[in-house]
Design a binder for this molecule. Structure first.
Ligand code: NDP
Length: 502
C-alpha cells in the first residue's frame, strides 16, 4: 500500500507554529521544556508531523491559574448570557469557515477517513457547539412555595439559581478529537465555566487550531486554555489539582477509575464517559438488508475505535449463516488504505500500540476456540488492521468481555427469542453499559429488549443513534453522567437555593 503524507499550506502553517501550551489566548513556550518531547505521527504513513516541547506540572499550574482567575475575577461567569451565546456562535461560525482545514487535521493525525472527518465529525462538532450556544439564555431556576421555619410565618420568596461549577479540566481521548473537545467545551462554556482542556497527545492538531479560533472569536483571556502533554503527567496533575472544581473525562475505564481517586482531594465533581462493549441483537424477522450493513458498521466505523462499537453480536439461529455471510462480504468490500482517498472506509489504527493490542486479541480469540471468519491481519506500512469477524464465540472469551477498540466483531447465536429475559441476561453479561441495538420488525420485541438492555443508549433498527439533543452516557462501568443534550449541562452547574423573608 502506497500512502503519502501531504498537507495544505494552512495545515503546514499550523504545524510550523505549533506549541503545546495555550494560555490567556496565546501560545506560549513551556517553562522548562524538560522531559520527553511529544512526537505526533501520521498513523497512515508513520511519518512525523511535528514535535512539541513537553509540559511540566508548573505549566499546568499556569493554565489552571489563568482559568481560575478568569472564573473568579474575570468577566466570563458574569457576562450577560446573550454575550456568552454570541461568542459561542461566533466560534461555531469560525469552525465552519475552517471546516476543510479542521477535517484535514483530523484525518492527518487521527487517520480518520476523509469521508468521516468532512461529512460526519466536522458538521456534528459545529452542530453541537451551536446547540450549546443556545443554552446560556435558558439556564433558569425555579420559584418554590417554601415555608421555612426560620421565617417565623412571615411571607417568603424562595428561588433557585443555576450557577457554574467553576474551573473545569476536560480530558479527552484520540478517537474523535474535535468532537470530544466540543462535547466538553459546549456545555462548560454555556454554563459559565472556564476550562483547561487536555486533548490526547496523539491527536493534538484540531485542539491547536481550535485554540487559535477561540482567540480570534474574542473570548476573554483565560476562559479556555489548552495543555498538550502526557496523560500520566499533565492529565494526572489536573485530576489532582486543588484549584480545579470539576473533571470531565472521556477515555478508558481504567484511567477513569484513577481519576476518581485523584479527584478525592478537593471533592471535585467528576463526569466520566468510559469504555464500552456494546451488544447488537438481531432477531430472525429483522430486515437483513438493513441489519447486515448496520451490524457490520456498528463495529467497523472508524476501525472500531468507537466507544459505541457494537462488538458483541447476538444473532437468532435461523438467520445466523445469512447474517455472517453478509457481514463477511461487507468486511471484505470495505476499502482499506489512504484515509485521504474519498472511497476509503477503513483508515489506520491510531498507533503501533493499538495495532499490537488488536492483533493480540485476535490471537487470544483463536486460542480460546473462536472461529476466525475473515480479517485478523495487519496491513502496512501504517497501523492498518483488517476488519475482522469471529464466529462461535462465548461469554468466557476475552474477545467477548474486554474492550478491544479495534475492528473486531465477536458473534454468537441465540435460539429462544420468546424468553427475552433469558436473552437479556446473556446480552447484559458485561461490565460495560454504554450503547446497543436491537434489530427486528416486531414492536414488542424491539421495545421489550431495549428496556432490558442495561445501557445508557439503545437504538432500534440502527446503531449509535447520537444526536445533539439526545443524552448519551454509560451505565455500569461505562461511566457517570451524560453528554449531549440538556442532560450534559447538569454536570457543569450547581443549584443554589435563595430564600428571602419580607
Ligand atoms: P485513555 O484513558 O488512555 O486516555 C484518555 C485521556 O486521558 C488522554 O487524554 C490521556 O492522555 C489521558 N490520561 C491518560 N492517563 C491519565 C491519568 N493517569 N490521569 C489523567 N489523564 C490521563 O484512553 P484512550 O485515549 O486510549 O481512548 C480510548 C478509550 O476511550 C476507550 O476505552 C474508549 O472506550 C474510551 N472512549 C469513551 C467514549 C465515551 O463517550 N464513553 C468516547 C471515546 C472513547 P494521553 O493520551 O495524552 O496520554
Amino acid at each position: 500500500m502506497n500512502v503519502q503524507t501531504k498537507f495544505s499550506e494552512a495545515a503546514s502553517s499550523l504545524l510550523s507554529s505549533a506549541s503545546s501550551l495555550f494560555i490567556d489566548n496565546e501560545f506560549r513556550a513551556p517553562k522548562t521544556g524538560e522531559g520527553s518531547p511529544i512526537k505526533v505521527e501520521n498513523p497512515a504513513t508513520l511519518e512525523a508531523l511535528l514535535t512539541l516541547a513537553p509540559l511540566t506540572t508548573a505549566d499546568v499550574d499556569d493554565a489552571v491559574a489563568a482559568a481560575r482567575d478568569a472564573f473568579d475575577n474575570g468577566p466570563w461567569p458574569g457576562l450577560p448570557a446573550t454575550e456568552r451565546a454570541r461568542l459561542m456562535f461566533k466560534l461555531a461560525d469560525l469552525m465552519e469557515r475552517d471546516a476543510g482545514l479542521l477535517a484535514e487535521l483530523e484525518t492527518l493525525d487521527n487517520g480518520m477517513p476523509t469521508v468521516l472527518s468532512n461529512h460526519m465529525a466536522l458538521p456534528l462538532s459545529i452542530e453541537i457547539l451551536r446547540y450549546y450556544a443556545g443554552w446560556p439564555t435558558k439556564l433558569d431556576g425555579r420559584t418554590i412555595p417554601a415555608t421555612p421555619g426560620a421565617a417565623n410565618g412571615a411571607p417568603t420568596l424562595t428561588y433557585t439559581r443555576r450557577e457554574a461549577v467553576g474551573v473545569v479540566a476536560a480530558i479527552t481521548p484520540w478517537n474523535f478529537p474535535l468532537g470530544m473537545a466540543i462535547l466538553k467545551l459546549g456545555p462548560a462554556l454555556a454554563a459559565g465555566c472556564t476550562v483547561v482542556f487536555k486533548p490526547s497527545e496523539l491527536t493534538p492538531l484540531t485542539a491547536m487550531h481550535l485554540a487559535r479560533l477561540i482567540a480570534e472569536a474574542g473570548f476573554p483571556e483565560g476562559v479556555v486554555n489548552v495543555v498538550i502533554g502526557e496523560g500520566s503527567i499533565v492529565g494526572a496533575h489536573l485530576a489532582n489539582h486543588p484549584h480545579v472544581d470539576k473533571i470531565s473525562f472521556t477515555g478508558s475505564t481504567e484511567v477513569g477509575k484513577s481519576i476518581l481517586g485523584a479527584a478525592r482531594g478537593n471533592l471535585k465533581r467528576v463526569s466520566l464517559e468510559l469504555g464500552g462493549k456494546s451488544p447488537v441483537v438481531v432477531f430472525a424477522d429483522a430486515d437483513l438488508e438493513q441489519a447486515i450493513p448496520g451490524a457490520a458498521m456498528a463495529t467497523f466505523l472508524l476501525q472500531g475505535q468507537n466507544c459505541m462499537a457494537g462488538t458483541r453480536l447476538f444473532i437468532e439461529k435461523p438467520i445466523y449463516e445469512t447474517m455472517m455471510a453478509g457481514i463477511e462480504q461487507v468486511a471484505k468490500g470495505l476499502k482499506l488504505g489512504d484515509p485521504f482517498a474519498m472511497d476509503t472506509m477503513v483508515g489506520p489504527l491510531i498507533s503501533k500500540a493499538q495495532q499490537d493490542r488488536v492483533a493480540s486479541y485476535v490471537v487470544s480469540g483463536v486460542e480460546q476456540g473462536a472461529e476466525l471468519v475473515t480479517g485478523g491481519n495487519r496491513q502496512g506500512p501504517g497501523h492498518f488492521f483488517e476488519p475482522t469477524l469471529f464466529s462461535n464465540t462465548s461469554a468466557d472469551m476475552r474477545i467477548v468481555q474486554e474492550e478491544i477498540f479495534g475492528p473486531v466483531i465477536s458473534a454468537q447465536v441465540f435460539d429462544d427469542a420468546s424468553d427475552l429475559k433469558a436473552l437479556a441476561r446473556r446480552v447484559n453479561d458485561t461490565q460495560y453499559g454504554l450503547s446497543g441495538s436491537v434489530w427486528t420488525k416486531d414492536l414488542s420485541k424491539a421495545h421489550g429488549m431495549a428496556h432490558l438492555i442495561r445501557s445508557g443508549q439503545v437504538a432500534i433498527n440502527c446503531h449509535g443513534a447520537v444526536d445533539v439533543n439526545v443524552p448519551f452516557g454509560g451505565m455500569k462501568q461505562s461511566g457517570w453522567g451524560r453528554e449531549y443534550g440538556e442532560a450534559a449541562l447538569d454536570g457543569y452547574l450547581e443549584t443554589k437555593a435563595i430564600t428571602a423573608v419580607f
